[in-house]
Design a protein around this ligand. Sequence first.
Ligand code: PHE
Length: 348
Amino acid sequence: MQSKIESLKKDTLTALEKAKTEDEVRELEIKYLGRKGPFSDLMRGLKDLSDEEKRTVGKLANMVKKELELAVQQKYAALETAAMDEIVETEWLDVTVPGKKPQMGHRHLISKFIDDLEVIFGRMGFSVAEGPDIETEHFNFDQLNMPDDHPARDMQDTFWLKNLDKSVLRTQTSPVQIRYMEAHNPPLRIISMGKTFRKDSDATHSPMFHQCEGLMVGENISIANLKGVMTAFLQQVFEDDSIKTRFRTSYFPFVEPGLEVDCTCPICHGEGRLPDHSPCRLCKQCGWLEIGGAGMVHPKVLENVGYDPQKFTGFAFGMGLDRMVMIKYRVNHLRLLFENDLRFIEQF
Ligand code: PHE
C-alpha cells in the first residue's frame, strides 16, 4: 500500500513537471486528486484494512495528498510568473528614453506681421475692420470714385469673376473703407488687412498680395495727423526711431490730395550707403523707400457714404504688406513668402 502511494506521488509529480499550461495542470489535478482519481479510490479502500494499517496508511495518504495539492498550487503560480515574465520581456517599455518631439508648426511670417500691425495701430486707437476677398464692383470701384469709364481702373488689372455679376477679386483693401463708413458714423479710426489680387506676376509682383488699409475720419482731421500716424507706425514696425517720412504728390481717385508715402531706408538710414560705404541695394542708393499710397478722403467719397464733407474730413492710406515683411526680415525674393518651403518657413 505504501509503495503504491509513493509511486502515485511520483507519477503525479512527474506529470506536473511536464505540464506547460494551466489547463494541463487542471486536468492533472482532476485526474490524480479528483473524486474519481486514484487517491480517492485509495481512501475508499482504507476501510478494508486493519486499524493499525488504517492509521499509518491513512496518515501517509493524507500527507502525500496535501503535498501534491501544494505542488499543484505551486505549479499554477510558476506558470503565472512565467507568463508575466514573458510579457515583461516582450512588452517592456523604457520610460526613460527621451520622447519624440511632435513637429509643431507656427504661424506664417505674414500672419505674425499682421498681428504686429494690429498691436501698433491698436495703441494709436485704431480698431480692425474686415471685408470680403470677393468684392462687388460697387465697393471696389464705384463708391471709391472710380466709375466704369474711369481711366484709373486700368491701373489695377482686375480678376473679374465669370459667374458672379459685377464681382471681382478685390484689387485693393480700400472697399473696406466704404463698407465701414456705410455702417458707422464718424469719428472713426480703422485699419484693415488682408489679401488683394491683381493680374500681374513677376519678380516683385504676385497675383495675390497683402495690403494694410487705414482710415481716420472726424472733425478737423488734417494731413498732419496722417503724417504723425505714418511716422509713428513706420518707426515702430521697423523698430527704429530715426525713421523719417516724406510725402510726394500722386493720384488716387478716392483721395484729394493724393500722396505717395516714403520713409527713410531702414537699412542705410537714409544715407544711400552702408557704414562700409558700399551702395545700399534696398533703396538703390536713394535713401528712401516707397511704402504706400495715401491722401485726404475725397469729399465725393464722404458724400457717397452719407457723411457731410463740410463737417468731416479724414485721411486714408494703403500699404503693401509683403514688401514691408521683406524689408524687415531681409527676405530677398517675394516668391519665398508664398512657396511655403519649410526650409524658409522654419527660419522664423
Ligand atoms: N488702394 C490704393 C492702391 O491699392 C492705395 C491707397 C489707399 C491710396 C488709400 C490712397 C488711400 O493702390
